[in-house]
Structures are given as structure tokens and as C-alpha cells.
Design a protein around this ligand. Structure first.
Ligand code: PMP
Length: 406
């Protein structure tokens, strides 16, 4: 494997610091990833060399900024292997991407009594937007439950589908259970009933290569900050056949063709869905992050992380006082666990004192907590800059924390 984690770590200045007099061990990557220096440098480059509002500018700087933004769209298109840049919409993040589809798709394609299937393991951002539609009597949300390992049963999907089902919206990798859902098979089943599928790739995009044409998903969303890019920027991929029929989500500058008090016409794709000044600096920096991981190789990243995940999983399972939440056969990038005697928050606080960043709580997936009857979990999530040594430190620190709390 052409992969040297020591070299890679040099790209992430934040990892060099100490926390509570210990070398920082950052295992909160599912919440947000750290940024390589070249992404930070790219932000500085735009602001110091060619900052100007994009689109329709006639002056030099505006042309440079516009070109850089539209090249970034091409980079995202290539990264996802989308058929056209018209299918790449820039948003504020996965959450806004899902809200866009919920609002716009439902306006065009749904009426009262129609159904949307979502799984019990969705992040709130892939549940609440659909519940808001339900509150407006525009849709009924149908729950696809998982079993106690955190796996979905494909036969159950067939039972949930009715002639009122209009969309299936599903997480690729669960941010709490780590389950990798068999989205390719799920999409095949949904399509055999002519039901389009939205894939929430927020916890997948940074861990393995995704080809939207091969997946054949109808929509796919992710946030830039989960894949080593900046906060405040994200992507909605949508097949042109859907996006071209969907009405605008927000009104404002850039999404229009002509405006008058007697009527307004809308811009073509993708601009129809990009009202207002976009976060062009964030978009340009996101493209830099994608080029960075492309240069390392998504397959190299996936292979390294897979080894690291197995090591993490084994180490956590070796501590008999910890109980894993999420034991699906196919998992990636994170472990969630609880104890019988301490609140996750207490474990997280003790780990922080030892310089380790993990996340505790419900991880914006309260239905998962309800399924298991627990208040929350401790979650350790890895990125390709983490090491086996750091997992050893986590293991030893957990043993100490457990002995203090038991
Ligand atoms: N879906 C999943 C699976 C996530 O993990 C997250 C972020 N935790 C989101 C959606 C929402 O992402 P954002 O808050 O960046 O919009």
C-alpha cells in the first residue's frame, strides 16, 4: 500500500498540539474532520489574491473567482463521476441538501397521502425535514426498522413499499452504528418499483470511492467539512431528470433568468438551486480537499482505514466492561459503546482529561437510542491520519476511566 501515515500527519498542523499536557488524540472525525494545510492555504489564497463575487462580473478578479468556482464544480463532478456538472448543486451542507430535496421534490412529485420511507438509523437531518412535510400533510413518513445488530432487512423493504411510496431516503454509513448499508441492492429494489432513492453519504464520502452512476442513486448528499474541506459548504448531487423538473428551493439572485413584477423566470441547472452569493471560497477549498484525497487515493484510504477499524473494533471489544452498540457485519470508521455503570458523558470527560477527543451523546440519532433504550453512547471515529498507536492510547485510557468509574 502506497500510504505513509507519518507523512500524512505532517499535512494536518492541528494534530501536533497537546491537550491537557498530552499529545492530542483526535477520534471525533465523524463530527468533523481536520483540515490539511493546503485546504487552509487555499482559503487564504482566494482572500488574498482573487476575492470577488462570482458570476456576471466583467472585471478580472470576478472572472478568476468564477472560473475557480466552476472548476471546483467540475472537480466534484469528477470525484462523484456524475454525468454532468448540471447535476452538482452547492449548498451549505448535507442538511441543506436534504431540505432542498424535501421541499422541492415534494412540491413537484407528491400529494397528500404519499409516503416516504426512511430508516430508523437516520441522522435527524434525514428524518426531520420529512417530518416537517408530514406536519404540512404533504407526506407520510414510513419507518424502516433495523435489528439489534444495526442491520436492515431487505425483505422488509419490499413489505413497506406501497403504490403511495414516492421516495426512499437512506444513510449509506450510519454515524452512530457504523453500519454500511447495502445501498446498491436497496436502490435496485426501489427502482424495480420506480421509486427514486436519496443517499446520505455524509459518513461514506470520506472513507471510500463513490461513483453515483454505478450506484444509480437519484440524489446523494454530503458536507464538505466531513471530507477535510471547510464548514458551511456541501453538495447535492441529483440526476438531471429529477432536478430539471423540480421547482427552485430558495428565491434570490443568481437563480433567476429574468425578473419583473409581472413574472420571473428561472435560471438553468445548476444555478436554479443556488440562490444568493454562494460560499465560493468554501467551494474552492472543498475542491482542494477532494484533490488532496484523490492524490492519496481513495482506495489507499479505504484499505488503511479498514485495517485501522478492525484494530479499533478488536481493542474496544477486548474491554469486557464495554458493550458495543452496532455490531453489523459490514461496518466502517467508528465504534459506539456504553457501560452498565457510567454515563457516556463521564467517560468522554475523563478521556478528554487524557487528551483524547471522542463524542458522547445521541449523535443526532435519538431513534437509535430509543431502539436500544440507552441515553447515548461514546463514539470513537477514525480518519486516515489516525494510527494504531493512538488506538492503543485510547484502549489504555479507557481501562483507566473504567477503573475510576466502576
Ligand atoms: N447525515 C449524517 C449521517 C451525518 O453524520 C451528518 C453530520 N453529523 C449529517 C447528515 C448532517 O451533516 P451537516 O450537519 O454537516 O449538515
Amino acid at each position: 500500500m502506497n500510504f505513509d501515515v507519518r507523512e500524512i500527519r505532517k499535512d494536518f498542523p492541528i494534530l501536533e498540539q497537546t491537550v491537557n499536557n498530552r499529545r492530542l488524540v483526535y477520534f471525533d472525525n465523524a463530527a468533523t474532520t481536520q483540515k490539511p494545510r493546503r485546504v487552509v492555504d487555499k482559503i487564504v489564497e482566494v482572500y488574498t489574491q482573487y476575492n470577488a463575487n462570482v458570476h456576471r462580473g466583467v472585471h478580472h478578479l470576478s472572472n478568476l473567482a468564477t472560473t475557480a468556482m466552476e472548476e471546483s464544480r467540475q472537480t466534484v463532478r469528477r470525484f462523484l463521476n456524475a454525468a454532468s456538472e448540471r447535476e452538482i448543486i452547492f449548498t451549505r451542507g448535507a442538511t441543506e441538501s436534504i431540505n432542498l430535496v424535501a421541499n422541492s421534490f415534494s412540491q413537484q412529485f407528491m400529494s397528500e397521502g404519499d409516503e416516504i420511507i426512511v430508516t430508523e438509523m437516520e441522522h435527524h437531518s434525514n428524518l426531520v425535514p420529512w417530518q416537517l412535510l408530514e406536519n404540512q400533510h404533504k407526506a407520510k413518513v414510513v419507518k424502516w426498522a433495523f435489528d439489534d445488530r444495526g442491520e436492515l432487512n431487505l425483505a422488509e423493504l419490499e413489505e413497506l413499499i406501497t403504490d403511495r411510496t414516492k421516495l426512499l431516503s437512506i444513510v449509506y454509513v450510519s454515524n452512530t452504528l457504523g453500519t454500511i448499508n447495502p445501498v446498491e441492492q436497496i436502490i435496485e429494489i426501489a427502482h424495480s418499483h420506480n421509486i427514486p432513492v436519496l443517499v446520505d453519504a455524509s459518513q461514506a464520502i470520506q472513507h471510500f470511492a463513490i461513483d453515483v452512476q454505478q450506484l444509480d442513486c437519484d440524489f446523494l448528499v454530503f458536507s464538505g467539512h466531513k471530507i477535510y474541506g471547510p464548514t458551511g459548504v456541501g453538495v447535492l448531487y441529483g440526476k438531471e431528470q429529477w432536478l430539471s423538473q423540480m421547482p427552485p428551493y430558495q428565491g434570490g439572485g443568481e437563480m433567476i433568468e429574468t425578473v419583473s413584477f409581472s413574472g420571473t423566470t428561472f435560471n438553468q441547472l445548476p444555478y436554479k438551486f443556488e440562490a444568493g452569493t454562494p460560499d465560493y471560497v468554501g467551494i474552492i477549498a472543498l475542491a482542494e480537499a477532494l484533490r488532496y484525497v484523490e492524490a492519496i487515493g481513495m482506495d489507499n484510504i479505504a484499505a488503511y482505514e479498514s485495517e485501522l477499524f478492525t484494530y479499533l473494533n478488536d481493542k474496544i471489544q477486548s474491554i469486557s466492561d464495554l458493550r458495543l452498540i452496532g455490531t453489523a457485519e459490514k461496518r466502517a470508521s467508528l465504534v459506539s459503546f456504553v457501560t452498565d455503570f457510567a454515563h457516556p458523558f463521564d467517560i468522554g470527560t475523563l478521556l478528554d482529561k487524557m487528551g483524547i477527543a471522542v463524542r458522547t451523546g445521541t449523535h443526532c440519532t435519538e431513534p437509535i437510542m430509543q431502539h436500544f433504550g440507552i441515553p447515548g453512547t461514546v463514539r470513537a471515529s477514525i480518519a486516515f491520519y489516525n494510527t494504531a498507536e493512538e488506538i492503543d492510547i485510547l484502549h489504555d485510557s479507557l481501562l483507566r476511566a473504567v477503573s475510576m468509574l466502576k
